[in-house]
Ligand binder design. Sequence first.
Ligand SMILES: CC(C)(COP(=O)(O)OP(=O)(O)OC[C@H]1O[C@@H](n2cnc3c(N)ncnc32)[C@H](O)[C@@H]1OP(=O)(O)O)[C@@H](O)C(=O)NCCC(=O)NCCS
Length: 624
Amino acid sequence: MFSKIKPFSHAALKPYSEKVTTAGLAVTHIRNGDHVFLGTGCATPCALLHELETMLAPPVDLELLHFLVVKAFATDAHGQSLTRFRHRTFFVGADLRLAVGEGRVEYVPMSIARVPEMMARGRIPVDVALIQVSLPDAFGYVSLGVSVDIIPAALAAARLVIAEVNPRMPRTMGDTTVHISRIHHLVPVDNAITELDREPAQEENVQRIARYIARIIDDGSTLQVGLGYVPHEALQYLTDRKDLGLHCDVITDAILPLLAHGCITGACKTTHPFKIVTSMALGSQRLYDLINLNPLFDFQPMDAVCDPVTIAAQHKMVSIAQAYSIDLTGQVCVDQFDGKFYSGMGAQGEFLHGASRSPGGKPIICLTSTSADGKTSRIRASLVAGEVSTIARTDVHYVVTEHGIAYLFGKSIRERATALIELAHPQFRPELFAQAQAMGYLPAAQTLQNMHAYPVEDELTVTLKDGRQVMLRPALSSDAQGIRDLFHHLSEADVYTRFFHHVRGLSDAEVQRLCNVNYENEVAFVAIDGPREDAQIVGQACYFVNPSDNLADTAYMVHPDWQGQGLGSALQKCIAEHAAKRGVRGFVADVLPGNTRMLRLAQKSPHAVRAERNSDCVHVTQLF
Ligand SMILES: CC(C)(COP(=O)(O)OP(=O)(O)OC[C@H]1O[C@@H](n2cnc3c(N)ncnc32)[C@H](O)[C@@H]1OP(=O)(O)O)[C@@H](O)C(=O)NCCC(=O)NCCS
C-alpha cells in the first residue's frame, strides 16, 4: 500500500512552501512521550503512520490515539496489525483484535460523541495530530474530506499538527474546513483514498433481518444506520420508501441505491431539511466522487451530529444498531462477543436515546439469533462472562432477529422474556424457556408452544369499510396482555356469544390458549391497530385442527369499536386461506342461534357452507 504514496509538489501548495516537507522529516517533530492522534477511517494518514512505524530511532513512550483506522497498518499473515507503539482506541476493528486481546492496544469504551469534550478538557491528552486533508482553496482552507468526526477537537488540543495533503481527498461541504495556518507541516501525497469495500451479505438470516427492519421504517423517517453489516443490508429494502432523510455519524455505499431511487429527499427532517447530515464517509470511490463539492452532504463534527437533543428533534428518527448478544431482560451487549472486544460504542447510545425521544422515532437493535456456526444462541438467559450490558434494558425498544420483531420498551420482565424467546432460534427456545422459568422470569404454568420462525409472509394489511387500516398477523405468546385487554372491551353479550357462558375474566391458561399456539394444529391471528410500539389488538381469530376429521374449530372476537366494518370477514378469510394452504379440510363452528353477525360471517365464506340447527346452537361447516 505504501509504495503507492508518491511525494509531489502542487501549485496550490506554493504559497505555503515553507511548511511543505516530507513524511519522514515531519515525524521527526514528534517528541518522546507524545500522545499522537491519528486521523480517522478512510482519511487515516497512512504515509505519516508508515514513517513513524519505520523510523530508525522513533520517539519513546509514544501513545497513538484513534477512533477507527481502516487498512492503515501493515499486517501479518493473519491480517493483524503490526505496530511498535502503544495504542488507545475507541473502536476495535478486526485488524486490532489480537493486539487488544494482548493488551498492546487499549480499548476505551466510551461514546465517540463525548471524546471532543474530553480532549478539550485535557482528560484525553492530544499532543500531536496526524491527519489527511484536501488541497487548500484560494483562501487557504483545506477540507477534512471524508472524515470530520473528532478531528476538529484533536486539532484544537494538539501542540503540533501534521497533515498529508492529498489532491484526491474530496472537498466535502459543511463544517469541514481548516485554515492552513493551523497546520504546522504539510506533507504532499497523491494516493487513492482508502476504500472500504463491503461485500453484500448473502446469508438468508441476515436478509430476513434486513427485511424485517425495513418493514418498520415508514415514509418520511430520518435514518441513522450503525456500522454493523446487518443494519446496512436493511437499506436495500427501502427503495420503495418516500422522503427518507439521513442524519447519521457515518455514511457508506449502502445509501447509493436509495439516492439513485430518489428515496432520500430529507424533506421531513426537522433540522437541516433536504440535507444529508453526517460526520464521516466510509466507502468506495463512487461515494467519494458523489460527496465531492456536493452541498447535499453536510459534514459536521461528531459531537454536533450526535447531540441527543438534535437527534431527538428529528422527525421519525430511526436508529439501527447491531448487537452481539441480548439477555432475556433486554440488556444488550454491542462491543464484546465470546469474551473478545469487537467494534465499539460509536455514538450508538446517543442515537438510540435520541430516536426514542423523537416524535414517531424507532430505536432498533438487530442481531442474528445465533453465532455464525449456529452453535450458540445470541439471545441468552443472562449475559455470559466476558459480556457486559452496553445498552441498558431500560433503553431497549425494538429488537429484530431473523425470527421476528419484538417491542420491549415499557414491557415487564415476563413479557420481555416471552417475546425474546420467540425471537430465538427454535433449537434454543426450550433451554431458554426452562432457564427463564428457573430464574422466575416466567411462571411455572407457562408453556412453550411455538417452535417455528415467525412467518412474516403471513402478515397482511387490510382496509376496512370505513377506511381504517389494520394489520393481521400471526399471534405471539407475548400478545397475552393485548388479548386480555381486547376481551375486557367486549360487551357481556359478545362474551357470551364467544364463550357460551358468562365469563368475567381470562386466566393465564385461557389467554395463552388464544395466542401461545404451536402453528401446527393450532393457529391464531390477531388484528393490530397502530404502530408496533403503540399497538392495540382489536381482533383475534384462531383455529384448532381435529386430527380425526381434519376439520378445524374456529372462533373470533372483534373489538366493539371495530365491528361491522369487515374485520371479522377479513380475519375469517385470512385464517381460512392459511388453513386451506396447509391441507385442512374445512372449518366448523358452533354458533348461538341469535348470533346473526357470526352466522352472516360464516355465510359469506366463498366455500360450501352447511348450517345444522340442534337444540342449543347452529353447527356451521365450511368445506374448502
Ligand atoms: C362475530 C364477529 C366476530 C363479527 O365481526 P365483525 O368485524 O363485526 O364482522 P364483519 O364486519 O365482517 O361483519 C360480518 C357480517 O355481519 C354483518 N353484521 C355486522 N354487524 C351486524 C349486526 N349488528 N347485525 C346483523 N348483522 C351484522 C355484517 O353486515 C357482515 O355482513 P355483510 O358483509 O354481508 O354486510 C364480531 O361481531 C364479534 O366479535 N362478536 C362477538 C364474539 C362472537 O360472537 N364471536 C363469534 C363466536 S365464535
